[in-house]
Design a protein around this ligand. Sequence first.
Ligand SMILES: Cc1cc2nc3c(=O)[nH]c(=O)nc-3n(C[C@H](O)[C@H](O)[C@H](O)COP(=O)(O)OP(=O)(O)OC[C@H]3O[C@@H](n4cnc5c(N)ncnc54)[C@H](O)[C@@H]3O)c2cc1C
Length: 420
Amino acid sequence: MHHQALPAGVSIAVIGAGIVGVASAYELARRGYEIVVYDPAPPGEAGPSRSNAGHVAASDIHPLSTPGIHWKALKMLINPDGALKIPLSDALKHIPWFWRFWRTSNGKHFEAASNALSYLCRNALTDTAAMLESAGMHNMLTANGGIFIYDTKQSFNAAKHSWANKSVHGFDSEEMDAKQISREISSINDKFRYAVRSQQWAQVQDPLDLVRGLARAAQSNGVVFHRNQVNSLSGSPDCVTLETSEGVSHYDAVVVAAGVNSVAFARSCGDTLPMVSERGYNLTVPAPEVELKLPLVFADRGIVATRLTSGFRIGGWAEYAHPNHPPNQNHFKSIARISSELFPGLKLDGADFWMGNRPSLPDSVPVISRSHHAHRVYYNCGHGHYGLTHAASSARLLSTLLTERECTREHAAYSIARFN
Ligand SMILES: Cc1cc2nc3c(=O)[nH]c(=O)nc-3n(C[C@H](O)[C@H](O)[C@H](O)COP(=O)(O)OP(=O)(O)OC[C@H]3O[C@@H](n4cnc5c(N)ncnc54)[C@H](O)[C@@H]3O)c2cc1C
């Protein structure tokens, strides 16, 4: 399809005010576009952008589907405290997605996904810092690294290969012994003796405050927020038509950043977007008595912990289930029990329990792309576990996609056409 660069001043609608939609709107407005954002909820409040762990996971350069994943997945499914959950009622529907997921773990697919993620990761810290700096929010980011905790010597040794590979790509890390662990993380259960500190890792003060602050900065740059749902869109060579809860509106282009709901828009445009909701569970203790200086990843458990301004947040996991199904209360109970095990001094009084739908693609690579079929339709979605980490870089890539006539080599890796 013929593509024209979009000149400054044209009107663009963004569907979704999660971290990805708001970062996109902010960046596009700074390039001189007239931006309107649609979301029935206030910025950041409806999706996983609200209560994620707040990590800028810049050294996570590999897709979730690593070589040998099927054995690991099986073990996790059998273990009641394992990080992976697939309710039987949803399992069959997910088979095509899991097939693509499994294929990612092999040879050239794994390499392509790692390369695409590496580009975003290499830029994550600088792009995030630059975006926050320009929005007057530089103090929201703390880039002192993060710590990966391993349960056993065996899993610690098994991870060495992956850390060595990351170091070849310029992502530094250092091993920690039991003494260093208890010095750096005084609140952790003293049974943990194996850890790796990753330098290219950061955290934000609070994910929801970040989206709200960025939305305010976007508004100062002329972005208009409408609290309406978009029911449908259609692209033509001249304009895009949105049917919203307030009526019909026309724009020069549209960016779909609607989290797990992006699938329906893609389908209506004739694009294949194999996205599922990968649900995560966590709890936040508003006034914890334990401290935590650095963001933590419990690598064998799919659990992360962070000290945020809203409290001490701990949780994770991956449950492949329909986004509208109510959260599984037993998972909250397990997360609470595990939290007390990992941090024996943590009192859970007043804890806020939360579940969020990660918008996940089978190769873990987001779609930052023009539609393959519909005119004037763009996507920035499918960031899975890393929407906060890659929000700034993906917004930058999206805006160059709009301002440039040709698709660059960088853009090719994130194209929606790869799922055709
Ligand atoms: C437990 C957990 C921990 C996580 N931890 C981290 C982390 O530490 N670091 C990290 O980088 N990532 C993390 N993530 C992932 C991250 O939260 C997501 O990748 C990110 O929030 C996705 O942002 P988004 O803007 O694409 O989607 P969303 O946050 O889902 O936003 C989409 C928005 O679109 C709106 N919308 C949907 N349909 C319509 C419509 N028809 N019309 C108008 N608006 C619509 C929704 O209301 C919503 O506000 C975590 C996720 C979970 C669940």
